[in-house]
Design a protein around this ligand. Structure first.
Ligand code: ADP
Length: 569
């Protein structure tokens, strides 16, 4: 039966009981009132008639007067129409005959007295008959009232019990399944899909349970197939990661190691099972290489593993999901091959540039001799050509010089001659060196010093080379007749050299690459003339002296290159 029908039946039953109860009450009340009206009509009225007749008879001892006759007559007729009790008819008939006799009797007083006595006896008999009947009927009515009270009380109690049970059980009947359903749904929201509802009833709750169980079954199926897919994909990714030549280490957002591939394990020298699930800083404490990976800012790492030296470039990548960092991946790219090629290239460049320097110098020397008139007179056109050759050989010498410097830096053969010197020495030397070019372009160099500048601890030659390079660039990229500001000041205990021009400036997107080897801003003048090495070497020179080098620039406004040097102790 459906809940709807159950509710209908329940309420209908209660309604029926209420109707039965009130029907019975009305029935018994009617019966009681009928009983009392019967008593009143059947018996009480007879008693009244008898009393009226007795009063009329007893008013005189002699002949009945007309009032008395009428009173007796009318009451007797009423009585004759109100015969209700057994024996009453007979007594009433006797009463009629005795009365008729009394009426016809003459002045015989003795006879009259005798008839009156008989009449009274009859009257008394009829009255007694009716009084007895009254008493009996009263007893019957009392019994009826009593049984009505008991019946109504019984039905009322039954009704109360039914209603009480209904009130106690009905809310639970509706609410319990709903509560259980809520509990199960909460479990499902915790991804616990093994939920079942056991409502055995054949009603809507039964249907609900069936639908719910069906749903959890489907969810479970879906979850298991999903899980299987995820596991499969996980294995696939693990296989890919493991078959890579690069070392890969994955950390979660709390720096616990969540995966590490075979290459990384070999490099670190710790088996995978001893790494997974460990707190990375703890591993760093006991393993130098891991410490390097975690903390050191160096990009290139030399690792001695498998009886040979290998080079790896470290790349740390944050894993971001929905704008939240959920971990990071450290990738160790095996760059040994490139490193070897790079070294070979550097050695080659070093050798070539070194070898080129001597013939170029002798070309320059020969040019100087040719310019001397004692060697022979040359015409203007030849002079012009010789000038061109001299320019080119000067540039060639500069380029070979830069290449050699770079090779020295790269092979770690950079020898620095540290000494304590005043910044002014560096500035004077550099400004003198670029004066000719500046004058040619009518660019004035505006030098400004802080007062009381300290001595710096630096390699005078290399630092001067850097400043010359920055000044040359500034002049090269300045508009004609503009100014280059060279400022030297104290910054946080160091000394900063700043070269600011008012030229074309550099686009922001190129700023981070400006110190890279061979990088030239596309479309700039230096693209045709320079090597793109000057700033890279300058960076190496400055960083080798524990200084910092940097650039700021606004396109169309100019650029500011600066570097710092440690002050002398
Ligand atoms: P190059 O020998 O080619 O000048 P650098 O390393 O000195 O090489 O400079 C690298 C590049 O940086 C140049 O090609 C040029 O595009 C850009 N650059 C350097 N200095 C400036 C400057 N003051 N203003 C604008 N661009 C500059």
């Amino acid at each position: 039966m459906t809940i709807k029908n159950k509710l209908r039946a329940g309420f209908g039953f209660l309604f029926l009981l209420a109707i039965v109860c009130s029907g019975l009450s009305i029935y018994f009340l009617n019966r009681l009132s009928a009983d009392s009206s019967v008593i009143l009509k059947d018996n009480h009225e007879t008693i009244v008639y008898m009393r009226n007749i007795a009063v009329a008879i007893d008013q005189s001892n002699g002949q009945l007067n007309s009032d008395q006759v009428q009173a007796v007559e009318s009451n007797l007729v009423k009585q004759e129409h109100n015969i209700t009790e057994p024996g009453e008819q007979q007594a009433t008939d006797s009463l009629r005959s005795k009365y008729e006799q009394l009426k016809l009797l003459g002045g015989d007083l003795a006879k009259q007295a005798y008839l009156r006595t008989e009449l009274r006896a009859l009257l008394f008999r009829i009255m007694k008959l009716n009084m007895d009947a009254e008493e009996h009927k009263n007893a019957v009515a009392k019994a009826t009232a009593q049984s009505a009270t008991i019946l109504v009380a019984l039905i009322g109690s039954f009704l109360f019990l039914v209603a009480f049970t209904f009130i106690i059980n009905f809310p639970g009947y509706v609410a319990n399944p709903l509560r259980e359903l809520t509990e199960r749904i909460k479990e499902i929201s915790r991804r616990n899909y093994h939920q079942r509802l056991d409502f055995k009833s054949n009603d809507e709750f039964g249907e609900l349970a069936e639908a719910f169980n069906n749903m959890t079954f489907q969810l479970n199926e879906y979850e298991s197939s999903n899980l299987a897919n995820i596991m499969f994909e996980k294995r696939r990714i693990e296989t890919i990661i493991n078959s890579m030549r690069d070392g890969i280490i994955g950390l979660n957002e709390k720096s616990y190691i969540i995966f590490v591939n075979t290459v990384a394990c070999t490099l670190i020298g710790i088996p995978e099972e001893n790494l997974i699930g460990r707190y990375a800083p703890d591993v760093a404490l006991e393993n130098d290489l891991f410490r390097n990976l975690m903390v050191a800012d160096q990009k290139k790492i030399k690792i001695y593993a498998d009886n040979r030296e290998s080079y790896f470039s470290k790349q740390t990548q944050s894993v971001v999901s929905k704008d939240r960092v959920i971990g990071k991946v450290i990738i160790l790219n095996n760059i040994t091959e490139y490193q070897q090629l790079d070294e070979a290239k550097t050695n080659f460049i070093a050798t070539i540039s070194h070898e080129l320097k001597t013939p170029i110098s002798s070309i320059k020397m020969s040019l100087k001799l040719l310019e001397d008139e004692r060697v022979g007179k040359i015409n203007d056109e030849q002079k012009q050509l010789l000038g061109n050759i001299e320019d080119d050989s000067r540039r060639l010498l500069q380029i070979t010089g830069e290449l050699l410097d770079m090779a020295q830096v790269e092979t770690g053969k950079l020898n620095l001659n540290f000494g304590s010197t005043h910044p002014k020495n560096i500035v004077d030397y550099a400004v003198k060196a670029v004066k000719f070019t500046a004058d040619q372009r009518q660019v004035s160099i505006n030098v400004q010093y802080d007062d009381n500048l300290p001595q710096v601890y630096a390699d005078l030659d290399k630092t001067t080379w850097v400043l010359i390079n920055l000044l040359s660039n500034a002049i090269k990229y300045s508009h004609e007749k503009s100014t280059v500001d060279l400022t030297i000041k104290k910054v946080k205990g160091d000394v900063e050299f700043s070269v600011k021009d008012h030229g074309q400036g550099i686009e922001t997107k190129y700023l981070s690459r400006i110190f890279e080897r061979y990088f030239k801003v596309p479309g700039s003048k230096a693209e045709q003339t320079g090597t793109g090495l000057g700033l890279a070497i300058a960076k190496d020179f400055i960083e080798a002296q524990s200084g910092k080098i940097g650039v700021e620039s606004d396109l169309g406004e100019g650029s500011r290159f600066y570097f710092t040097l440690k002050k002398a102790a």
